[in-house]
Design a protein around this ligand. Structure first.
Ligand code: C2E
Ligand code: MG
Ligand code: MG
Ligand code: MG
Length: 290
């Protein structure tokens, strides 16, 4: 009996595996069509300066509208696109589109608004990467300091020396670099010291319970102190409540991004948002009596 169950289990796994493989194949084909037919759209999430309440930038976040399957979030296809190399044409599209939008937004007098673009490891490590950035800036006419590339710790650790060279190249171009999801990777602080970057984005996993979890609070305090000494800006991701904002502002975080301020939105909504940004309460007013 046990044996039969064992065999069934095995068969079940095989079917499961087959299903996963064919799902990946069909996703890859669908992605190919998406690239050819431009089924992508960029959403933009505002980034705020806490004290002034000003929008200082936006992060471009890709959205895939599949004609039959509907909306597919980036978490469901970016990884596969990395594996198949399809991330390259996707990234090229994202960069070109984001820079064009940034140029428009800054021309409207809302500026200066920085455009933050997520860069995938494969894109960053490609030999022609710097040239491609230079070219997209030239084509769009966007000032280099208004482009901020978001890299993760993993990307930079994979091939450290090469990464540092590429970062130096970006700095020479005048392009800004932010370290995304900071705290979730394993980069050592001594390594961080050598990276020519402008900003650290503290991962939202440290923000969720920051008010009640003293470990999270200690980590935030430590990163803010360290970043300050290293001349790096700190932006906190995933701020969802007024209390979190008030608390983090009091801990000397300067820049914020999260649902509390605004969700990622299509360009038309972003234009309206920038034209009349909602007033945000001064952070002191938000603190529970302390
Ligand atoms: P990320 O770069 O860390 O982007 C932040 C993610 O957190 C976004 O998810 C955003 O919608 C979400 N988020 C923002 N504020 C909050 C909040 O207050 N609470 C919560 N729970 N979530 C919040 P999204 O758009 O699904 O993107 C997921 C990830 O996919 C991104 O993480 C990024 O790593 C990747 N990604 C998105 N667009 C691109 C792209 O154009 N190129 C590449 N290579 N990767 C991208
Ligand atoms: Mg990001
Ligand atoms: Mg992030
Ligand atoms: Mg991420």
């Amino acid at each position: 009996k046990a044996k039969r169950r064992g065999r069934n289990t095995c068969q079940w796994y095989t079917e499961d595996l087959n299903r996963k493989v064919s799902e990946r194949v069909s996703l890859r084909n669908a992605l190919q069509q998406a690239i050819e037919q431009e089924q992508f759209e960029l959403y933009f999430q505002p980034q705020m300066h806490g004290l002034s309440g000003r929008v200082i930038g936006v992060e471009a976040l890709i959205r895939w509208h599949h004609p039959e399957r509907g909306f597919i979030p980036p978490g469901d296809f970016i990884g596969l696109a990395e594996d198949t190399g399809q991330i390259i044409p996707v990234s090229d599209w994202v960069l070109a589109t984001a820079c064009r939008v940034a140029k428009q937004l800054n021309a409207l007098g809302h500026g200066p608004i920085t455009m933050a673009v997520n860069v995938s490891p494969m894109h960053f490590q490609r030999p022609g990467f710097l040239k491609a950035i230079e070219q997209v800036l030239e084509e769009s006419g966007l000032a280099p300091h208004l482009l901020e590339l978001e890299l993760t710790e993993g990307v930079l650790m994979d091939s450290a020396e090469q990464a540092i060279q590429a970062l130096q190249g970006l700095r020479q171009l005048g392009v800004h670099v932010a370290l995304d999801d900071f705290g979730t990777g394993f980069s050592s602080l001594s390594y961080l010291k050598r990276l020519p970057i402008n900003r650290i984005k503290i991962d939202r996993s440290f923000v969720r319970d920051v008010i009640t979890d003293r470990h999270d609070a200690a980590i935030i305090d430590g990163v803010v102190a360290m970043a300050g000494k290293m001349g790096l800006e700190v932006l906190v991701e995933g701020v969802e409540t007024a209390e979190q904002f008030g608390y983090l502002a009091q801990r000397r975080c300067d820049y914020f991004q999260g649902y509390y301020f605004a969700r990622p939105m299509p360009l038309s909504d972003l234009r309206a948002f920038l034209a009349s940004p909602p007033a945000i309460a001064a952070p002191e007013a938000l603190m529970p009596s302390s």
